[in-house]
Design a protein around this ligand. Sequence first.
Ligand SMILES: Nc1nc2c(ncn2[C@@H]2O[C@H](COP(=O)(O)OP(=O)(O)OP(=O)(O)O)[C@@H](O)[C@H]2O)c(=O)[nH]1
Ligand SMILES: [Mg+2]
Length: 206
Amino acid sequence: MAVINHETREVSFKLVYCGTPMGGKTTNLNHIHSRIAPGQRGDLITLATSGDRTLFFDFLPVHTMVINGYRTKFMLYTVPGQVQFNATRQMVLRGVDGIVFVADSQLDRMEENVTSLHGLRRNLEENGLSLDTMPAVLQLNKRDLPAVAPVPYLEYLLNSGARRLPVFQAAASGGHNVFATLNALAQGVLRLFHQHTSPPRPGVPV
Ligand SMILES: Nc1nc2c(ncn2[C@@H]2O[C@H](COP(=O)(O)OP(=O)(O)OP(=O)(O)O)[C@@H](O)[C@H]2O)c(=O)[nH]1
Ligand SMILES: [Mg+2]
């Protein structure tokens, strides 16, 4: 849930990259960190890794525009993809404002994609949230690799819920569509925030 600090005149939103083990969540944050000027972001904090596996989470704060005198900040997190770290995923998801689900497009990763998505839905439900209503986008990553599943098949498996999520085909290791994914989610989160904070217009029933 957005955190508003009236003293520092800041609004911050929590965006969490979830998804398939080794799907490219940390790679998204690495790319964002490498392309944003240091004055507009904090340090990328990676808490505990083994090889390139995330064992706890990654965290990157990104400052964006000033709206109505309030500086807007997006706190980007990744969760660990490995099945055994579900308690950590649940903890990182607390207070989430928006989700990127990073799927691995490789044909031999379909079962892991589906399992991971089910786990995310369950974790969100336990927090009283749902992918069918909250700001969320689906990133089909690793499109640069040769043995990838066709997009319609991935959509059939991962995006046939009550609501169709915006989809981005990406290759995060080369940066392709990493910012498009982030921008779409940021816009969704801001749109919802303004809907909830705008005063009702005269004559419009609430
Ligand atoms: N070819 C290719 N490799 C990628 C891409 N994105 C990530 N990788 C590679 O996939 C591996 C796993 O990427 P990570 O970003 O660590 O994946 P993760 O989702 O954070 O993994 P966990 O934290 O263990 O869940 C690394 O070797 C990356 O370099 C991509 O778009 N294309
Ligand atoms: Mg990771």
